[in-house]
Design a protein around this ligand. Structure first.
Ligand code: ZN
Ligand code: ZN
Length: 158
């Protein structure tokens, strides 16, 4: 009964308790499966997590210049936030650097964040309120650190 069934749990336990080289070698493939696949899988998982974490901040992400379809409301008007270039004809939302539609090379429109007037994306000043802004400028984050203010109590040291 317990003769040569390698995958039988009972014989497997027996072999663990009383090591026998012949049987241990027979167990090697099984040990390889559990001893190798397990760490490899967890390593893969770790590498994946690491990749996910470093991709965000480490590398410079290449801006995908592909437009995305805009959602429209019941009356068919394109729902788009301010400072987002979009093509009103094709209902496509473009990345901030884009100025013209890739389908017909028509000027993209953008909504003013102040008074919601539509203007041409290439145009940097709102004709209605005069607000000037450069699209895509916020893409390059600038860290502003406040220096010059001495730490509390530190100013007294002379
Ligand atoms: Zn278009
Ligand atoms: Zn405006």
């Amino acid at each position: 009964m317990l003769a040569k069934t390698d995958f039988d749990l009972l014989s497997l336990l027996e072999q663990l308790i009383i090591p026998d080289w012949g049987d241990l070698i027979g167990l090697l493939p099984l040990a390889l499966v559990f001893g190798l696949i397990g760490p490899v899988l967890s390593l893969l998982a770790l590498a994946w997590v690491h990749h996910r974490l470093t991709r965000r901040r480490g590398k410079v992400r290449i801006m995908d210049l592909e437009p995305v379809p805009a959602s429209t409301d019941a009356s068919g008007e394109i729902l788009v936030g301010p400072n987002v270039p979009f093509c009103p004809r094709h209902a496509l939302i473009y990345p901030p650097q884009a100025t013209e539609c890739h389908l017909d090379h028509e000027e993209l429109m953008v909504r003013c964040p102040v008074d919601e007037t539509l203007r041409i994306a290439r145009q940097q000043v709102c004709r209605a309120c005069g607000t000037k802004y450069v699209l895509g400028a916020s893409q390059s984050p600038v860290t502003v650190r406040r220096t010059g203010r001495p730490p509390q109590g530190g100013a007294a040291v002379a």
